[in-house]
Design a protein around this ligand. Structure first.
Ligand code: GTP
Ligand code: MG
Length: 199
């Protein structure tokens, strides 16, 4: 799928103020600094569309980007950033959970996982919560450029075997790099196939 246009529409903290209408949307979630905003910029080939930063906790709001005037990409705040403090983390958690549970247009959630790390409890528990609530999601392994091909394959397969202990069926998954654009076509094709089934 070609991206012919990508426009920032609105940022807010409240799911009720998200854009009205029936366009399908695809949201990106994961721990702070995992690469959500960078991935949106890579997918749209619009550097600086979503605000990325080496400082964790950059994205604080629900951000809607209208793509090809017919569907949205949504950049969400990251979870698990301890330096936000207890209260700050609770606020972000509420924003994220309300969005995920209440936003009917949210067609698929991409859960981002840093491909360099061992499976983290916070991510496994988050995915379990998605399962309990029947939220459709796919996994995106990020920052693959920071590892050799062999290590990526090893990390991804050990992650998936860990998930198999928890899940009967594995979710779709993608291996990506915002630097090399690895995984771009695969994710856009996946979105396109869902868009076709929605329209
Ligand atoms: P929050 O908004 O704070 O939750 O973070 P985020 O998940 O949106 O992460 P962001 O995209 O801001 O990226 C965090 C840092 O990781 C930035 O310094 C990015 O340049 C870097 N980064 C993101 N993706 C990649 C990648 O694929 N490869 C490399 N090498 N660096 C990446
Ligand atoms: Mg961000």
């Amino acid at each position: 799928m070609e991206i012919s246009s990508a426009e920032f529409i609105i940022s807010n903290t409240n799911v009720k103020k998200c854009p009205a209408g029936v366009f399908p949307e695809y949201a990106f979630i994961g721990r702070s600094n995992v690469g959500k905003s960078s991935l949106i910029n890579m997918l749209t080939a619009h550097k600086g569309l979503a605000m990325a930063s080496s400082t964790p906790g950059k994205t604080m709001l629900i951000n809607h980007f209208l793509i090809n005037k017919s569907w949205y990409l949504v950049d969400l705040p990251g979870y698990g950033y301890a330096r936000r403090g207890q209260k700050g983390q609770e606020q972000i958690k509420t924003i994220i959970e309300d969005y995920i549970l209440e936003r009917e247009q949210m067609t698929n959630l991409f859960v981002l996982i840093d491909s360099r790390l061992e499976p983290q409890k916070i991510d496994l528990e988050f995915m379990e919560w998605l399962g309990e609530n029947g939220i459709p999601f796919a996994i995106v392994f990020t920052k693959a450029d920071k590892l050799s091909g062999g290590r990526i394959n090893g990390n991804v397969s050990s992650y998936l075997s860990k998930l198999k202990k928890q899940w009967e069926e594995l979710p779709p998954y993608f291996v990506t790099s915002a630097e090399t654009r690895m995984g771009r076509k695969e994710i856009l094709d996946y979105i396109e196939s869902i868009n076709k089934s929605v329209y």
